[in-house]
Design a protein around this ligand. Structure first.
Ligand code: SF4
Length: 383
């Protein structure tokens, strides 16, 4: 850190806060990084965020925003399953958050939910408090239920579909922000995409399943000639790109297009833009991006808590710095790569290899090479 500071580097303040309002889930999805991967810290945490921790979290967000003169912050309610915290707790948190920051700091409030507990009373509170809602869904019933199941093994699709029907209905639709789909390359890509479009989502985020070099994602073999994720995504890209009208936004595709044209990425999955996201766990622990849980036990730890420490101290953490310094944190292979400025080495946790840390190309390197190369080539040809 001293060397970085000495070279003139200054950390950028956090602008996005993921607040884990409830640490347990009513589903037991088999790919979940919270419960099924290396980090098992959830089992020792408070189940639900207490009013005192909520208050401390809000105080720290307000303190950080004012200290750095931020015009806006993005606060995402997350879990586990955030709706298990109950509507009144969620309502109180967002009301207090807005009171503490607005009007001088704009609050963009959102929630990532599995959708099962969406009901009229929550949607009324979400409308009142302006909470945007994103729902996780992996495609058609059979495809979704292969992974997204209750602990007893029953599929979740039916319950999620009920929640999405309600969220998508006329009075509530403005709250709908989009769908999050974790890729299973065994599902048909076009059928998956068209199934997601059935809900008319304003946006779809396709998520590469979390994995590392030490614990590779499904079907991601050491064979650099094999590109199952790029092949899957490119079928959807062509369907999306050549549609007569823009049916939905896909941040991954749009980010590659924007960066090909000199713009910025909209997702931390690719690009070299500094990571400015911080997580607060139910017990007030301050952590880094929670997908790091896929790397090793304790990977997201900062050793800080909202009760005792300002967020500025997290800016001093070496891994936070590594995710803010762009090219300087990349492996030699990534630094020399012609796609470096668009790919950025891929999502930080996907670079991890036991014994070597994070200074490696992404475990998805062959897929990213093919995906970005194809999209960038397509855009260049068209412009
Ligand atoms: S992960 Fe692969 S494609 Fe991405 S920058 Fe590194 S070498 Fe290039």
């Amino acid at each position: 850190m001293d060397a970085l500071r000495g070279a003139g580097w200054q950390p950028l303040p956090f602008t996005q806060f993921v607040v884990k309002i409830h640490s347990r889930c009513n589903l037991a999805c088999d790919y979940c990084y919270m419960y099924e991967m290396a980090d098992q810290s959830w089992s020792s945490r408070d189940k639900v965020m207490t009013p005192a921790t909520m208050k401390a979290t809000i105080r720290r967000i307000a303190e950080h925003a004012r200290a750095h003169g931020l015009p806006a912050v993005n606060v995402i309610l997350h879990g586990g399953e955030p709706l298990l915290a109950g509507t009144s707790r969620i309502d109180r948190f967002v009301a207090d958050l807005r009171n503490a920051l607005e009007p001088d700091v704009r609050v963009e409030a959102g929630m990532q939910t599995n959708g099962i507990l969406i009901d009229e009373s929550f949607l009324a509170a979400a409308a009142e408090r302006r909470i945007g809602i994103s729902v996780s869904l992996d495609g058609a019933e059979e495809d979704n239920d292969r992974h997204r199941r209750y602990a007893g093994g029953r599929g979740s699709y039916e319950a999620v579909a009920r929640g999405l029907d309600l969220l998508g209905s006329a009075p509530h639709r403005p709250l709908f922000r989009g769908l999050l789909c974790t890729i299973d390359v065994d599902n048909d890509p076009i059928a998956t995409y068209e199934e997601l479009l059935r809900w008319e989502p304003p946006a779809v985020d396709f998520l590469l399943p979390h994995g590392t070099w030490s614990s590779p994602p499904p079907r991601r073999t050491a064979d650099a000639g094999s590109t199952p994720y790029a092949d899957w995504l490119l079928e959807i890209f062509e369907r999306w790109y050549t549609a007569p009208r823009r049916e939905t936004r896909v941040r991954l595709f749009e980010s590659v297009i924007r960066m090909t044209l000199g713009g910025r990425s909209m997702t931390e999955a690719i690009g070299l833009q500094p990571a400015r996201l911080l997580v607060v766990e139910t017990d007030g622990t301050i952590e880094q991006v929670d997908s790091l849980k896929a790397a090793f036990d304790g990977a997201p730890d900062t050793g800080l808590t909202v009760r005792e420490h300002p967020f500025d101290l997290a800016l001093e953490h070496p891994s936070v710095a590594a995710r803010q310094i762009g090219v300087d944190a990349l492996s030699e292979q990534c630094t020399a790569c012609s796609l470096r400025d668009i790919c950025g080495g891929g999502l930080y946790p996907h670079r991890y290899r036991e014994g070597y840390g994070f200074r490696n190309p992404s475990v998805y390197c062959p897929d990213l090479t093919k995906l970005i190369g194809h999209i960038a080539g397509r855009v260049r040809a068209d412009t």
